[in-house]
Ligand binder design. Sequence first.
Ligand code: NI
Length: 178
Amino acid sequence: MTLGRMTLTAKFEVLHFPDPRLRKKAVPVETIDAHIKAIADDMMETMYDEGGIGLAATQVNIQQRIVVIDVSEDRDRPMILINPEIIASEGIEQMQEGCLSVPGYYDDVERAENIRYSYLTPDGEKIEQDASGLLSVCVQHEIDHLDGKLFIDYLSPLKRQRLLKKIEKQDKLQAQVL
Ligand code: NI
C-alpha cells in the first residue's frame, strides 16, 4: 500500500527455473472479468518492478493465458494480451534473450523474424496485428511460457548442462548462507 496513490495492485512472486510449475500449460481465459483484469494489473506491476519487458501468467503460478508486455524505452506503453496466438510467421532472427524466471542468464535464441498475432484486450476487443524486432521476439517468448516452454529449452545440450550446474552451485551457496 502507498499513501496518496490509491492503488490496490500487488506484486506476485516470480517462479525461477527449474521450478516444475514453469512447465504447466495455461488454459484460455473464458470470461474477462474483474478477477482476470486484477491479475493482469498485478502482473504489470510485477513486470515493471522486476525490470522485465514481458511476463506470462505461468511465471507467477497462474495457469491462464494472460501476458503483459512493455518493450518501449520509456516504459510507458503497457500491453495486456489475453489468449494471445501467433497466426503466421516468417523469416529467422537471432536475438539475445533473458527471462525473469532465469535470472542472470542471457543467450542467443533463434525465432521467427516477423509474426502476425492476435489477442483480446481487457475490454474484450480482438486485435490482430504484425510485429517485428523486439516485440516479435517478446510475444513469441511469452506465448512459449504459456505452453510451459523456456528460452533455455532452445540452447544446445552442452549449454543447458552448464547452466544447470551454475544454478545448482548458486543454490548451494544460498543454502549455506541460510
Ligand atoms: Ni521469460
